[in-house]
Design a protein around this ligand. Structure first.
Ligand SMILES: *Cc1c(COP(=O)(O)O)cnc(C)c1O
Length: 399
């Protein structure tokens, strides 16, 4: 049978303790033991199925982590209090002082800032490269390189990473490939293409409700168990645990993710086609003229579309601001950061989610100061939405 993320989630047998169709929420920080010996066994990581303390594992978190692992086709998963926690714990798990990372120059601003400003304090060096330039990636590899870090669809330029090739380069050099798949859940399954650790900000599409911040890590049993090791696990010792109430609500939202991804993708594709018709500079990986189109096609699972992210270039900040303010006034959506929400969100990347990236680097990566990044919502009548966007672009002299 063909690999299908949505079916994998649907086929999970997760029941509550009274046969509840939604697994019971375990509202407990600690857990009792019948015998002292099973408690000490659990401390040594031996007693299968026993819960000890909720920073390590909580049953509600386990249900969600298992569902995320099923979606990715990985052996294991772990859920965190934020996407940044998933990123930082994964990087720190793979690197110690004296090690080196090769990272895409275009990443989420927080990930970039962590690698640029924070890791060097711990004597971990990072080389930033254009991740589409595989020769540059190869050249950047050193004997002490432990990680290649990238995003499947990079933020905010919507470049596509060649995961199979990057995984080859990483593995030939004894390094691991870490992939942030936040923009493309279900569309791409990075672990199936050679990624060693797949990271999510569940704050975005996975949860899709903008009511919480959360993250996930999917990998092998060995990696996840290493990260939650009581003695030296980064996730266990840094402690960015997700609240079990949140895990429970995210799990329910995960079950509609496939329907949402299809609708986000269909709406974004519709807008891309209209942007093209009116001759606007835009960026959407679902259009054949996009540089990463064929690559994305070769990596994607069928039937989930090309994602809900689309960017247009309005050249100047002032111009972008005018259009965004007008679109908000006319109910296209909200002028807000973040993505994967049921309403359309738009923001000027250079001055918001990528503001951690210095202006000269923004220039180098081709990030225009007038770039508006849209996270296209679940609009039922996208044609109507387009008419409004068009009126905003017209009145500001952009088309
Ligand atoms: C938002 C985001 C993050 C950070 O996630 P938080 O949940 O806000 O900590 C990481 N990567 C990408 C691609 C994101 O969009």
């Amino acid at each position: 049978m063909k690999f299908d993320p949505a079916t994998n989630i649907q086929n999970l047998r997760q029941f509550g303790e009274f046969g509840d169709v939604n697994p019971s929420i375990t509202d407990s920080a600690t857990f009792t033991f019948m015998e002292g010996s099973s408690m000490s066994g659990t401390f040594q990581g031996e007693t299968e199925g026993c819960f000890l303390y909720s920073r390590h594992w909580n049953p509600s978190n386990k249900y969600l982590a298992d569902a995320m692992a099923a979606m990715e086709g990985t052996e294991a998963g772990w859920v965190t209090g934020s996407g940044m926690a998933a990123i930082t714990c994964s990087l720190l798990h793979c690197c110690k002082a004296g090690d080196h990372i090769v990272s895409s120059m275009t990443t989420y601003g927080g990930a970039f800032a962590f690698m640029k400003n924070w890791l060097p304090q711990m004597n971990v060096e990072v080389t930033f490269v254009n991740i589409n330039d595989l020769d540059a990636v190869k050249k950047a590899m050193r004997p002490n390189t432990k990680v290649i870090y990238t995003e499947t669809m990079t933020n905010p330029m919507l470049q596509i990473s060649d995961l199979p090739e990057l995984s080859k380069i990483a593995h030939q050099n004894g390094a691991k490939l870490l992939v942030d798949n936040t923009f493309t859940p279900m569309i791409v399954s990075p672990a199936r293409l050679g990624a060693d650790i797949v990271i999510y900000s569940m704050t975005k599409f996975v949860n899709g409700k903008n009511d919480c911040v959360a993250g996930a890590i999917c990998s092998t049993n060995e990696t996840i168990n290493g990260m939650i090791d009581l003695n030296d696990g980064t996730a266990m010792l840094l402690g960015p645990v997700l609240d079990p109430f949140r895990s429970s609500s995210i799990l329910k939202n995960l079950h509609t993710l496939h329907i949402r991804m299809k609708q986000h993708g269909a709406n974004a594709m519709y807008l891309a086609e209209r942007f093209k018709e009116v001759g606007l500079a835009f960026n959407y990986p679902g259009m054949p003229e996009h540089k990463g189109y064929n690559l994305l096609k070769s990596m994607m699972n069928e039937g989930y579309g090309f994602g809900g992210m689309i960017a247009i270039d309005l050249k100047t900040v002032e111009n972008a601001n005018r259009v965004m303010e007008l679109m908000q006034k006319r109910d296209v959506g909200y002028l807000a950061v973040s993505l994967g929400y049921f309403k359309t969100l738009f923001s000027n990347s250079g001055k918001s989610t990528s503001s951690e990236i210095p202006e000269d680097v923004q220039k180098e990566m081709g990030l225009s100061e007038g770039l508006i990044r849209f996270s296209v919502g679940l609009d039922n009548d996208i044609e109507h939405t387009w008419q409004i966007i068009k009126s905003c672009l017209k009145e500001t002299g952009n088309i």
